[in-house]
Design a protein around this ligand. Structure first.
Ligand code: FES
Length: 150
């Protein structure tokens, strides 16, 4: 029987093998390119999505384990015409350089802000600690999350 995924408010039938990592299904089958393939090992955070509001590394977990769960990708927050306040804050602070890490950063930040609407700098740093940025725009990313929290 085909799997069904609940992503960004819609149910999607999935034909992939149940052991396929969620990230591959999101990108290749559902066409959601927000989550990125970075390390493929659960270490960089580029593939982060929200599962029932909590950040999850989608590159390492099989799609079958998400069958009954609510998944949100970057596309589920907003888009270029109607950006989510967090996305707008990243734009306003020019937080992206190459931008490859930014979707994962935003999803981890969203998980934090939904739990802690006015986080301290230390809480933001802690929440984003496992999301790696090779360009080194961490200060701007921090400011963007602080701006969104205002
Ligand atoms: Fe998933 Fe790096 S691509 S953690």
């Amino acid at each position: 029987m085909a799997l069904s995924l609940h992503v960004n408010g819609q149910a999607h039938p999935v034909s992939a093998d149940p052991d396929t990592p969620l990230l591959y299904v999101l990108r290749n089958e559902l066409g959601l390119k927000g989550p990125k393939f970075g390390c493929g090992l659960g270490e960089c955070g580029a593939c982060t999505v929200l599962v029932e509001g909590s950040p999850v590394r989608s590159c390492v977990l099989p799609v079958a384990s998400f069958a009954e769960r609510v998944v949100t990708t970057l596309e589920g927050l907003g888009d270029a015409d109607n950006p989510h306040p967090l996305q707008q804050a990243f734009i306003d602070e020019q937080a992206a350089q190459c931008a490859y890490c930014i979707p994962g950063m935003i999803m981890s930040a969203q998980a934090l802000l939904s739990r802690v609407p006015e986080p301290s700098e230390a809480q933001i740093r802690q929440a984003l600690m496992a999301n790696l940025c090779g360009c080194g725009t961490h200060v701007r990313i921090l400011r963007a999350v602080q701006r969104a929290a205002r």
